[in-house]
Design a binder for this molecule. Structure first.
Ligand SMILES: [Zn+2]
Length: 260
């Protein structure tokens, strides 16, 4: 059976999906209470953690540390528990379980400012998910290899976000392979981690891009379409909820209550 706390996690569409999933499993076995229910899970998407420098081109993607801290405390108080996308994926496919109110907290690109996020997450015992743009690794303003290793040691999942962050819909077939399969290979070689998930640069994708991601061996990929990630959706088009400088803790909670 689907427990009520799981139902409260999600918005109306997610609730409907959870009910459909529960009704399907109840026909299979009376012991459905022990079976993992493949619930939709919100994936938050952050960029910079810190104060935007003067003249920043997009100050809206800078979330100050104090606000980030308040957002996480509000999520924790509301019963949410952050997990990795890998844990969500495994639970959706019958391996392992999820907390009552799971969510994934992801960070795009690999900015140096994101190292600070790990400290805040760790205060809650939560892992983060880093969507790493390979060319940013060790570059000016980017995370260093040592910092990424530290994140991995703290339980973070490292996923691929291309090599140079182009709009993948516009690149040649050869470049598409380099950006998609190449980014997976580079991160695996650098850090010895699985790299089973991909985040599309700018969230932009089409059938050709999704096919390239699948062919590179990824299990799933995330967009910036503002929906909960759902086990019933195309795994290569999982939605995410962008969080920015203007999102108060209560507005983040509201987004999670209403489905994005
Ligand atoms: Zn990006």
């Amino acid at each position: 059976m689907t427990c009520p706390s799981r139902l409260r996690t999600a918005g109306p569409a997610a609730l409907l999906a959870a009910l459909i999933a529960a009704s399907g499993s109840s026909a299979a076995a009376g012991a459905a209470s022990a079976a993992p229910v493949p619930v939709p899970v919100p994936i938050l998407a952050y960029h910079h953690i810190g104060r935007a420098p003067a003249g920043a081109s997009n100050p809206g993607i800078w979330v100050r540390r104090a606000l980030f801290d308040r957002q996480l405390r509000a999520l924790d108080r509301a019963g949410y528990e952050a997990v990795t996308l890998d844990r969500v994926w495994r639970a959706w496919h019958g391996s392992g379980s999820l907390p009552a109110r799971p969510l994934v907290i992801s960070f795009d690109d690999g900015y140096a400012s994101q190292a600070a996020a790990a400290t805040t997450l760790r205060a809650h015992g939560w892992p983060g998910v880093l969507n790493l743009e390979v060319a940013r690794l060790g570059a000016r303003g980017g995370l260093t290899r040592t910092q990424v290793r530290t994140l991995i040691a703290k339980g973070w999942e490292i996923d691929a976000h291309s090599v140079t962050h182009p709009d993948l819909r516009t690149v040649s077939a050869a470049r598409l392979r380099t950006e998609v399969a190449g980014s997976r290979r580079a991160i695996r070689q650098a850090f010895g981690v699985p790299v089973d998930f991909f985040a599309y640069p700018y969230g932009r994708q089409n059938a050709r891009v999704r096919a390239a991601v699948r062919q590179a061996g990824f299990l799933a990929a995330t967009t910036t379409e503002r929906t909960f990630a759902s086990p019933d959706a195309d795994p290569f088009a999982l939605g995410r909820v962008l969080v920015g400088a203007g999102d108060s803790p209560s507005s983040v909670l509201r987004m999670l209550r209403t489905g994005g």
